[in-house]
Design a protein around this ligand. Structure first.
Ligand SMILES: Nc1ncnc2c1ncn2[C@@H]1O[C@H](COP(=O)(O)OP(=O)(O)OP(=O)(O)O)[C@@H](O)[C@H]1O
Ligand SMILES: [Mg+2]
Length: 317
């Protein structure tokens, strides 16, 4: 859906904000574009959407070269920019109608689509209220509805949850998830809410100082950056527990650290950690050992992000 080839931006003052980015977003993805402040995320979005000319490299959306066909590309994309002005004197419905008219859509169909979008973003009952009276969360939801006005294939959301309280952030993330499924729209999103991104996105890229450090599905990255241990347990008798579980298939190492038993599994592709967990529970249960705690040791997007940002990639591999 989106491919970039060596995408680079050097600003007029000579600052290299984006360097040789090769991104790959597939149809249906919710793609999280992550990086600390100043990493080049907004610069990248502006190049992807044809608002800023790359210094080097190319962007293809739906196989169309963005730089060569910037008019055509507008049919396929919707954008919610980082800082976004709303027309406070318009009602939500007038605002969407205004943007719909820019695309010269059939009036009846446009009306129907606007009602549908207002319903989707939970603003039907506020459609005739002026935007000046909307809360920030409502404005952002209206902004998301606006990105969908032209039935785009992909929408770009630059920090859509910025400045919202935790429940407002969750609402927006739920909305994005729902829209991706029900309207079959690919989503390219930047956010600093790493815990939510982990649940929302199927794929992420991590950038620092304009360079791509990692890109892949969350599952791939978790496998790539997983630590030594896979399961952790705390029992009433750790010594006896180790005797009972060490011969379970796929358990390759068992180590006690503090009051926990840390278990490493073989890195077999078809291994289901949940099955091993149940086997352990069964073994300990039949040996009448109490289990106080048992959990899968999971590498989170947040763990990966901080490892990459703090250490630099070279030191990790
Ligand atoms: N017009 C410009 N001229 C020179 N440098 C710029 C210009 N616009 C942005 N920059 C610089 O480019 C770098 C990347 O900026 P960008 O806004 O793309 O980062 P970002 O990842 O979106 O950050 P944030 O998380 O704070 O939104 C920053 O160091 C910024 O100061
Ligand atoms: Mg930004």
């Amino acid at each position: 859906m989106i491919t970039t080839k060596n995408l680079t931006k050097i600003y007029e003052n000579g600052f290299k904000a984006v360097e040789n980015l090769n991104l790959k977003v597939e149809e249906g993805d919710i793609y999280g574009f992550l990086g600390p402040n100043g990493a080049g995320k907004t610069t990248t979005i502006r190049m992807l959407t044809g608002l800023l000319k790359p210094s080097n490299g190319e962007v293809f959306i739906n196989n169309i070269n963005v730089a060569k066909d910037s008019a055509e590309i507008k049919k396929y994309i919707g954008v919610l920019p980082e800082s976004h002005g709303y027309y406070n004197w318009m009602t939500g419905k007038e605002y969407l109608t205004y943007f719909s008219n820019l695309f010269m859509q059939d009036a009846d169909k446009a009306k129907e689509h606007i009602s549908y979008l207002l319903e989707k973003v939970g603003l039907s009952n506020k459609s005739n209220v002026v935007i000046g009276q909307y809360s920030r969360g409502m404005k952002q939801r209206l902004g998301i509805a606006k990105t969908l006005i032209n039935h785009p294939k992909v929408i770009f959301l630059d920090e859509p949850t910025l400045g919202l309280d935790p429940s407002g952030q969750k609402d927006i993330h739920h909305l994005i998830f729902e829209l991706n499924k029900s309207m079959n729209v690919t989503v390219f999103i930047t956010s600093h809410m790493l815990k939510d991104i982990e649940v929302l996105c199927n794929k992420v890229a991590i950038v620092k100082e304009g360079k791509l450090l990692e890109q892949g599905t969350i599952k791939e990255l978790q496998e790539r950056y997983s630590g030594k241990y896979d399961i952790r347990i705390k029992t009433s008798d750790n010594i006896k527990s180790i005797q009972r579980i060490k011969n379970i298939d796929h358990i390759i190492e068992v180590e006690v650290i503090d009051e926990y038993i840390n278990i490493s599994l073989s890195k077999s592709r078809d291994l289901n950690v949940e099955d091993i967990k149940h086997e352990i529970i069964e073994k300990l249960f039949t040996s009448q050992i109490d289990i106080y705690e048992i959990s899968k040791v999971k590498t989170t997007v947040e763990d990966i992000f901080f490892k990459l940002i703090a250490d630099g990639k070279e030191e990790l591999k």
